[in-house]
Design a protein around this ligand. Structure first.
Ligand code: SF4
Length: 294
């Protein structure tokens, strides 16, 4: 190993020690390594140091650090628990957001501040065709947030999400759950209308979704309901089709997240309404809601 590599590894290890991870990696490496190998490793300390550094580096790209992590966390919850038990005996129990989630959050952020930060945004090419920025609407104390894809024609003109035909259907869905539209919060992944109602492109989603994450962080809802593929793939950082995970629960930065079909899809495929109603009933169960009496 040259001097630069050695310095880098030593820096990682010092950082790991600062975070209190040193005992964990020492403990885990001892548990995973067969006894007959242990003596040779002890006689040759450098490879062991490199393995610990690699493990530490891997922890920084683990699913715990981003929305992607949220999928991973749920999946990990269902996975065999052996490694987690090994860690639990050494690491303290973390009750707050992870170091990285905490770093992502903006202290004392508000919806007004986010809207002010967006300003007359030209950060992505969607600004060229918009009439209005469609920020979001509803209660900032909402326990339930609906996230759609992006504004359509009617939303662009009015500056409010979900006001066209699909929006009317969403309002019916909300009222069927025993809520009013003003009880929930409704927003989109991108705040400007894509031309011809095309899907938002990756660079547009990457740029604009930072505002969505801040909105969710400010509201901290109990439940996030993603409407359609774009919203669910963005928040869960997955490329899987929505039918693979629709109706399942995930964690998203402390909120429970569920994905269901977009109301616009239901307008084209009314037979899917039963599936969506099942998903909404799961949400109602978590929020303690009773369906609206007819
Ligand atoms: Fe800005 Fe979002 Fe509109 Fe792009 S879509 S111009 S990032 S507000």
């Amino acid at each position: 190993m040259d001097a630069a590599d050695r310095a880098r590894v030593e820096a990682w290890l010092r950082y790991g020690d600062d975070l209190g991870l040193g005992p964990y990696y020492r403990s885990r490496s001892a548990q995973e390594r067969p006894a007959e190998l242990e003596s040779s490793v002890q006689a040759e300390p450098l490879p062991r140091t490199m393995a610990a550094a690699a493990a530490l580096r891997a922890s920084f790209s683990s699913p715990d650090l981003s929305p992607k992590t949220s999928v991973g966390r749920s999946q990990l919850a269902a996975a065999p628990q052996k490694p987690a038990q090994a860690a639990a005996s050494v690491l303290p129990i973390v009750t707050g957001p992870s170091l990285f989630e905490a770093a992502d959050r903006i202290e004392n952020d508000t919806l007004e501040r986010i809207r002010a930060d967006i300003g007359d945004c030209t950060r992505c090419k969607l600004h060229k065709g918009r009439t209005n920025i469609v920020f979001g609407v509803g209660s900032m104390k909402a326990e339930l947030v609906f996230v759609g894809e992006g504004p359509g024609h009617d939303e662009d003109l009015k500056g409010e999400p979900f006001v066209g035909r699909a929006g009317k259907l969403l309002t019916q869905m909300i009222e069927s759950m025993g809520l009013r539209r003003q009880d929930v919060y409704i927003c989109n992944v991108v705040k400007c209308r894509p031309p011809e109602n095309r899907l938002p492109e990756k660079d547009e989603i990457t740029t604009c979704s930072l505002f969505l994450f801040r909105q969710i962080d400010v509201i901290r809802p109990k439940v996030i309901c993603c409407l359609g593929s774009c919203a669910s793939q963005t928040l869960l950082q997955t490329t899987q089709g929505i039918s693979r995970f629709r109706g399942e629960w995930f964690d998203f930065r402390g909120s429970k997240l569920i994905a269901t079909y977009h109301p616009a899809y239901l307008l084209r495929n009314p037979n899917a309404k039963g599936e969506v109603w099942k998903d909404l009933q799961k949400v109602m169960s978590v929020l303690g809601l009773q369906p609206k009496r007819k």
